[in-house]
Design a protein around this ligand. Structure first.
Ligand SMILES: *Cc1c(COP(=O)(O)O)cnc(C)c1O
Length: 442
């Protein structure tokens, strides 16, 4: 593999730009998911041809050290030989049956062993479906309507979760996008992340005449990753756990991003909190479209065909996706992978912090395990409002400088970057060399 020289001029991308122009003719915005269009940083997106380990290769032949990892799934690096072998073997036996298979049983057994709070689990095809279905079963189980989410948290694109971030105190949900009715979001309440008083207020305000809570579920990202990486303050998860427990409210961990990333058993293992339901995606599909939701047996048994809550899927438990996810999770049984991810990520982040400091560039780097974000701000980032104070223009210049030097970061200030087990010490040093140069130009 011929490496590109680390000069910005060496990394030109005419074929990507050509494809992007063509894509826009027949695909809205030229992309199949909005953030791919580089709106947050400007310029044309990179079109990729192949990937292996920590490296991506674009259609112009440039090579990049990848810190996006397909937005999370590629924790073992790209094109892991055992995952590939499992998928092609499964494909030989047929791509889909729409009927039960042995492997999905073994996969469910593994998930329930691995995720501390999971008694039963149902497979779906995307994180969006997982959160949407978890909320439905929470409402079916409690017989209540209202749900609470955090400002700036992303739980997929189901209507009831696309709610504008309310500022300050909790607000009644208003749709944050065209095409969603007020009816769909009327029962969605939002609170600022890490604000203990705000969640207390919401629970105090939403009670029936007889004093019962009206809140069916609180759904959170246990470490926020979709406003950039914003961890919970000490005691915050515990506070939410006891509040929901006192009120008979279902506590949902959306671990689509953190599941199998922050520890073998996800964020709930790392923080030792037991949610009632957990949503999984990204890593659980091993790079193929699979996701899952599960948790307490008494709640999960409300789902059809045992219970009255309907939820279904033509491709749910798809044999290729199950083969990929199952193989990846078996490989992730080795906790030394997590130890190294932690060590290398901590090294990378503390060096980046040092480089910013040396150049007098205001920066806050939030890191939990192998997920992190460099925010260009001088204030601690504990909420979406804090994150929004970042200098996004500076982030865009940093992003493009890194890209030109062969480092692919998430193309937005408000997304977490990921390290994989395939990143070598040499990758990290090259990344830091590039960062040193780029920060010097900001
Ligand atoms: C990615 C993500 C989702 C949505 O998953 P999709 O597979 O894109 O639908 C939901 N919740 C969180 C926390 C995510 O990071």
């Amino acid at each position: 593999m011929s490496e590109q020289s680390p000069s910005p001029a060496a990394n030109s991308r005419p074929r990507s730009s050509e494809l992007f122009a063509r894509a826009k003719q027949h695909i809205p915005g030229g992309v199949n998911s909005p953030v791919r269009a580089f709106k947050g940083v400007g310029g044309d997106p990179v079109f990729f041809q192949s990937a292996s380990g920590s490296r991506l290769r674009d259609v112009d032949g440039n090579s990049y050290i990848d810190y996006v990892g397909s937005w999370g799934p590629m924790i073992l690096g790209h094109a892991h030989p055992q995952v590939l072998a499992a998928v092609s073997e499964a494909a030989q036996n047929g791509c889909s049956f729409g009927a039960p298979t042995e492997r999905e049983v073994r996969f469910a057994e593994l998930l329930c062993r691995r995720v501390p709070s999971m008694d039963k689990v149902r497979m779906v095809s995307s994180g969006t479906e997982a959160t949407m279905s978890a909320l439905r079963v929470a409402r079916g189980f409690t017989g209540r309507a209202k749900i609470v989410k955090s400002d700036g948290a992303y739980h997929g694109h189901a209507d009831s979760l696309l709610v504008a971030a309310g500022s300050g105190a909790a607000t009644l949900g208003l749709p944050g996008t065209a095409g969603v009715t007020e009816g769909a979001t009327r029962d969605t309440l939002t609170v600022p992340w890490n604000d203990f008083a705000a969640i207390d207020r919401v629970f105090a305000e939403h009670r029936t005449a007889s004093g019962h809570s009206e809140i069916a579920a609180v759904i959170i990202e246990p470490v926020c990753g979709n406003m950039g990486c914003v961890p919970p303050l000490p005691g915050y998860l515990e506070h939410l756990r006891s509040l929901t427990e006192q009120n008979g409210t279902v506590f949902i961990f959306d671990e689509v991003m953190t599941g199998f990333r922050l520890a073998r058993g996800g964020a709930q293992q790392r923080f030792a909190i037991r949610p009632d339901l957990t949503c999984l995606g990204k890593i659980v599909g091993g790079g193929l479209p699979a996701a899952a939701y599960g948790g307490r047996a008494d709640i999960m048994d409300k789902i059809a065909p045992v219970g009255p809550v309907y939820q279904a899927g033509t491709l749910s438990g798809n044999p290729l996706a199950v083969a990929a996810g199952h193989t990846m999770l078996e490989l992730l049984d080795d906790s030394s992978i997590y130890d190294r991810l932690e060590l290398v990520s901590t090294h990378l982040c503390s060096e980046l912090r040092r480089l910013c400091h040396a150049q007098n560039i205001p920066a806050v780097i939030n890191q939990v395990g192998s997920m992190f974000t460099l925010f260009f701000t001088d204030q601690p980032v504990r909420s979406y409002d804090d994150a929004k104070r970042s200098d996004t223009g500076r982030f865009a210049r940093f992003f493009h400088g890194m890209l030109a030097r062969g480092v692919y970061l998430p193309p937005s200030q408000f997304e977490a970057a990921f390290l994989s087990a395939a990143h070598s010490d040499e990758d990290i040093e090259k990344t830091l060399d590039a960062a040193r140069e780029v920060l010097g130009t900001l």
